[in-house]
Design a protein around this ligand. Sequence first.
Ligand code: ADP
Ligand code: MG
Ligand code: MG
Ligand code: MG
Ligand code: MG
Length: 452
Amino acid sequence: TPLREAEGRASAAAKTENAKVIDLAKVAKDRGIKYFLISYVDLFGGLRAKLVPAAAIGPMQKEGAGFAGFATWLDMSPADPDLFAVPDPTSLIQLPWKEEIGWLAADLYMDGKEVEQAPRTVLKRQLAAAAALGYEMKTGVECEYFLITPDGKSISDTSDTAEKPCYDQSALMRRYEVIKDICDAMLKLGWGAYQNDHEDANGQFEMNWNYDNALLTADRHVFFKYMVKSIAEQHGLRATFMPKPFINLTGSGCHAHVSLWQKGKNAFSDPKGELGVSELGYHFIGGLIHNADALCALTNPTVNSYKRINAPRTISGATWAPNTVTYTGNNRTHMIRIPDAGRFEFRLADGAANPYLLQAGLAAAGLDGIANKRDPGKRLDINMYTEGHKVKGAKRLPLNLLDAMRALEKSKVLTERLGKPFVDGFLKLKTEEWNAFSRHLTQWERDNTLDI
Ligand code: ADP
Ligand code: MG
Ligand code: MG
Ligand code: MG
Ligand code: MG
């Protein structure tokens, strides 16, 4: 269909052109859409929406759906005027399990101006900065998740108890009905779904689809999380992307694979470069290495995130999550892995990362690496879990959210690139969250302090 082709291939500029000519009222008639979900993602990654009947979509497409911004996780005041979510018609996805509903990602406006702290806008600006240099960023994400009981207390499959459950065929197939519904949906949507597996923790799964333009990947990432949760619910289960829901099991990462493209060619690819990666690619990696601690506030944005990274061995034998700011070849114990020519994998991010801020952070740090020709240093080919302590000079990742937030606060690079209104707003809300956590009295404190 023309809309899907436009979605899949168009450059940012062409997308904007398409957006202008797509008439959602007509699309609704042609495709039998009765309702639109006009949605946006707030700073904490929450998906917010209004359900709009197709008969009312005309003016909503132009002016946007109205929201009270303060009622969601945005740095706003209850006294602020309406926040308008203006849908991007090229983002349209008909819910594969209920096609009469059309989902739309929206951009936020207030008083006629773009809201600078809006995550999708933050990402679009980074991609525009890349485009100004002639590059299109393309990414793929691997969103691990757990299928748990509706009360959230345990994994849902009581037979899933293997010590090394990764790729366990029986455990995968006991969840075939759910996995199939999700994968069928991705196939129908034309995402290029290509594999599904049981992951390294009991109850944990991963489903992969093809990389594409970073904004398209981010929109799909948002929709994927919603879809997995919705379809799991239809099967009487609950899905969680929480980074470390069970302390002794491997956590849920959200690895991101990255390449920059110029005139249809992969600019990270160079047959003469080390591991087939170009100098440009290594500068981008250098930017991630240089900015890693501050980036953590975006890629590992919750208190719980820090129980996945820097973690002790899990029951399966390895956490598969990094502890140090290092890169390597095809080796899964480092922050960055180069699995193949022409791209790298960023293994730091977790399931709590806001899909837009994850991509925006990668772009900002990587473009800083390119602008300043940052040197990533030497590749390490060691097992970081067993030999990491021997490496001199490698930076450790932040040990908790507060350290990461302080690193972001200090980061001139990320503040300049991502914009002060966004960084200030994000840190303000995250500081309130950290303070709420700090005020919480834990059982651990009682166990270790009561008799002191
Ligand atoms: P692994 O588990 O080995 O890390 P997966 O197959 O689970 O790898 O995920 C790989 C992801 O990387 C997919 O989304 C894939 O489309 C994406 N990818 C492959 N090549 C590139 C590339 N050149 N640029 C960006 N992403 C890529
Ligand atoms: Mg009202
Ligand atoms: Mg994978
Ligand atoms: Mg995985
Ligand atoms: Mg991976």
